[in-house]
Design a protein around this ligand. Structure first.
Ligand SMILES: [Zn+2]
Length: 148
């Protein structure tokens, strides 16, 4: 999925359970679960050459910028200490993608990241139809907005 639903999920978990021993593993676990749902994201089409890496990289920067705006907007009234956990949870929510980013964008895959990237791939199910592939992500964001 895009960074937006992944990161908001991690931020949401952290907002409800502001303990990194809880929200970091839960956010990472939910990342794999969300990637298992058929979806469209900025990396869709990279492996078969339908999307250039430079395009995916630019789209990812937009994705990350929107993610930061939404985290700020959703939880801006929370106390500062809770906001620190919320931002950390947001970061944990995109950790599997951050670990994979050097491979995807720079053809560099340090050996230590290979098992994590292999695990990520087992769950990852993207589809080329962006309209259909956006729907589950909009649902995730809407549910978080309603529950937060
Ligand atoms: Zn992912």
């Amino acid at each position: 999925m895009l960074s937006i639903p992944h990161s908001l999920t991690g931020a949401f978990v952290a907002s409800k359970f502001p303990n990194p021993l809880i929200y970091v593993p839960v956010a990472i676990g939910l990342h794999y679960l969300e990637d298992w749902i058929p979806h469209w994201d900025v990396g869709t089409g990279l492996s078969n050459g339908n999307r250039k890496k430079s395009t995916a990289f630019k789209l990812e920067l937009i994705d990350l910028a929107l993610t930061a705006v939404l985290i700020y907007f959703f939880w801006r009234t929370e106390p500062m200490i809770l906001q620190i956990h919320i931002w950390a949870g947001g970061l944990a929510g995109i950790l599997p993608d951050l670990i994979e980013a050097p491979r995807n964008f720079f053809n560099w895959e340090p050996a230590i990241t290979k098992p994590f990237n292999w695990l990520h791939k087992q769950f990852h199910y993207s589809i080329p139809n962006w309209v259909v592939g956006i729907i589950p992500q909009v649902v995730v964001v809407a549910v978080i907005w309603l529950l937060k």
